[in-house]
Design a binder for this molecule. Structure first.
Ligand code: FES
Length: 96
């Protein structure tokens, strides 16, 4: 399960689907411009618990995180997958 700070209902996790898509499917507001290609940085999340159950960031994500000056714990939801429970904060919750 993915628990999103400020929301009561958890989102079911799946190791085969990005966290961005899981959140979108559950109608959780999260911003994206590039549609999940690690280019816009709008899907930034802070992982509060469970980062050890996530994939490691790849080169494109690392590049974007560096450009955003994102510190430890930050990930791009569109590049992130989890095989277990997580607790996250959505940095840009606007879906606009
Ligand atoms: S949706 Fe654009 S970087 Fe993730």
């Amino acid at each position: 399960m993915i628990r999103v700070e400020g929301r009561e209902q958890p989102v079911a996790s799946s190791p085969a689907v990005s966290i961005l898509v899981l959140l979108q499917r559950a109608a959780v507001p999260i911003h994206t411009i590039c549609g999940g290609r690690a280019q816009c940085g709008r899907c930034l999340i802070l992982v509060l618990e469970g980062s050890e159950r996530m994939n490691r960031p790849g080169p494109a994500e690392l590049l974007r995180l560096k450009a955003l000056a994102a510190g430890p714990g930050y990930r791009l939801a569109c590049q992130s997958y989890t095989r277990g429970d997580l607790r996250i904060r959505i940095v840009n919750p606007s879906a606009a």
